[in-house]
Design a protein around this ligand. Sequence first.
Ligand SMILES: [Zn+2]
Ligand SMILES: [Zn+2]
Length: 225
Amino acid sequence: MIEFLLSLFTEKKCFGCRQPGHFFCPKCNFDLELYKPYCYVCKKYSENFIVHKDCQSHFPLHQVIVLTRYRNTGIKKLLRHGKYYNKYKWYQDIIPTHKDFFDTFITQNNSLLAPVPMHFLRRWKRWYNQSEKIAQNLSKFCEIPVNNKFLKRIRSTKQQSHLTQSERIHNLDNAFKLCEQWIDKNAIIYLVDDVVSTGSTIWEIGRYLQKNWYKNIRAVVLASD
Ligand SMILES: [Zn+2]
Ligand SMILES: [Zn+2]
């Protein structure tokens, strides 16, 4: 709360270079190293971030689009803090600037943006789900509808990155529920999230959607390792 009140009075400063006026300034956006298309599973080149056919045999998503690397200090700070205290407006300093990047790789036809859901208790604590805010920003220029009710997180889970390898395996079991069964099974479902680290969340949702006969599951995220 104190941090939120302070944020109302503090001056906007770029997380990259500390210049005032922006949270992520045009120069830092210009210098940002964008990912070249690659396959999320084997990390080798793949056109349009499509997961190779062979790699899809043990990964349920067809495409994982990643804007940039999480290790960029400015982005790391922006994403880490953007989750709290109504600071979601910060995303406006990066997403629209990279419109061309997203436009190149995102398919518009028969698509849907499905933010990775947050458990209602966590959402209540944080006031909003950052993935929904990112999806809304993307939707403005991609012209793809956002569906916040498509998926629900029915169990509060620990953050995957805080767990050991063995704890991770069952942490997300039965954590998600499909709430809108009527959506076309051939539609392209883009899961939207801020960061993908272990990939287990998108993997778990992807596998669950596959079991429910969805054929084209993809993801678009702002940063990865
Ligand atoms: Zn800057
Ligand atoms: Zn691959």
